[in-house]
Design a protein around this ligand. Sequence first.
Ligand code: DQA
Length: 149
Amino acid sequence: MSIRVLVLNGPNLSRLGAREPDIYGTASYDDLVRVCHEAAVELGLEVDVRQTDDEAELVSWLHGAADTHTPVVLNPAAFTHYSYALRDAIAMRTAPLIEVHLTNPAARETFRQISVVAPVASGTIAGFGLDSYRLALRAVATLLATGAR
Ligand code: DQA
């Protein structure tokens, strides 16, 4: 039986394709979901891909992941830069969690150059568009294989 990985997406990511395409590209949220499923098949994983604009829902999904030792790929979107609630939920993790971004926030506005979640994630992958998700799922598979988190 393959391991299930939660791929969680924060606010405004459902708008991909229509949202500032010069920054985020023209791929849609459905494309993002498809890429995750394709990558999971290649890696022998299962993915459950979700999106919410609600911080409380994201926190509750992270609690569920901690309770079930489920690995997570997380694009916290704007919450990345200021949500201590999300940071504290991630700090309780019991399995690998990779922070992922489509763009490279370090090369953008000053407020995006801080991630309050990075210090409690297993690692961060940013700047490769939808490939960031492929790379993050690969990182999860590697961490699971080595038992690291
Ligand atoms: C993002 C970067 C964030 O700064 C922004 O608020 C997002 C998307 C990314 O994937 O590049 O919503 O997380």
